[in-house]
Design a binder for this molecule. Structure first.
Ligand SMILES: Nc1ncnc2c1ncn2[C@@H]1O[C@H](COP(=O)(O)OP(=O)(O)OP(=O)(O)O)[C@@H](O)[C@H]1O
Length: 268
């Protein structure tokens, strides 16, 4: 990552806020920090470990006109903040808590979720979690976790929100306590998210995740995708006939999107 971005963020946050870069995506640079924007820090979790926070920063894009760039940055930062704050209030949906927003500087301060998986298996996103279980790929914890993944997506879609970039890296797992083998599933990165009633958007979300699982865990992907759809369906089926009808529509469009994807791969 360019030193220029670190210098800019350090100057903006002041050197009192320690930052450590953990990711650079197409859109944003993500840092962790032990500093909370307005509470005295460091805060500690139940085990006495200092809490970490996420700082997601959208740097200016030099290829854009500066005024348009500032407007886009403001718009995208606010849009992600709005979605996160709406989703956080919907019962059952798990997303990081929004702590602070500075749309003019392209900055979001979020709750840090997840942990390092045992045996150097990396950060606890869904992709690494499935790799970590590769020697016992169909165990009960994998199954129940994938059903919970499906339930999170089901809740999101049933409430007419779409993710827009539903990869297995944007699904983070966290345990309530370190002894537990029971994972809570969180959805992160709503930079491309939207409120949408369109079955097309929902079908595309499901297709993007299906492709992500096929590309990284191809040997087990049939079962994995089946469990995700089982969880997804559970949410809709709880809402009687109306829910069942909506579920059919989404799954039908999912299958159409998949068919279009296959044609595109064959024809090029
Ligand atoms: N709340 C969070 N808790 C823990 N880690 C997080 C959190 N938010 C983001 N991350 C980490 O930072 C990475 C990038 O975050 P995010 O996907 O939001 O940014 P992005 O720039 O849109 O990324 P990309 O362009 O790669 O999709 C995530 O994959 C995850 O590892």
């Amino acid at each position: 990552m360019s030193q220029e971005i670190v210098d800019t963020v350090t100057k903006y946050l002041t050197p009192n806020i320690p930052i450590k870069q953990i990711s650079q995506g197409a859109e944003a640079v993500v840092f962790t920090s032990s500093a909370h924007p307005y509470l005295p820090t460091p805060e500690h979790d139940a085990d006495g470990k200092p809490l970490q926070y996420i700082i997601k920063y959208r740097p200016p894009k030099k290829y854009r006109h500066p005024i348009i760039d500032r407007q886009l940055t403001k718009h995208r930062t606010l849009s992600e903040a709005r979605l996160l704050s709406k989703l956080f209030l919907i019962g059952g949906i798990n997303v990081p808590k929004l702590i602070a927003t500075d749309p003019y500087n392209g900055c979001l301060w979020l709750e840090f979720l997840g942990e390092d998986l045992p045996n150097n298996s990396g950060f606890s996103n869904l992709k690494n979690f499935l790799w970590a279980n590769v020697n016992d790929p169909y165990n009960d914890v994998v199954k129940s976790t994938l059903i919970k993944v499906g339930e999170q997506i089901g809740l999101l879609h049933f409430n007419d929100f779409c993710h827009g970039d539903l990869t297995s890296s944007n699904i983070v797992l966290a345990r309530d306590d370190t002894q537990s083998n029971d994972w809570k599933v969180f959805l992160i990165d709503f930079g491309l998210g939207s409120m949408s009633k369109l079955v097309e958007d929902k079908g595309v979300d499901l297709y993007v995740l299906e492709r992500a699982i096929i590309s990284t865990h191809s040997a087990f992907s049939d079962k994995y995708n089946e469990w995700i759809i089982e969880g997804f369906s559970n949410v809709y089926n709880k809402h009687g006939k109306g829910g069942e009808t909506k579920l059919k529509e989404v799954l039908k469009r999912f299958s159409d999107v998949r068919m279009r994807g296959r044609k595109r791969t064959m024809i090029g």
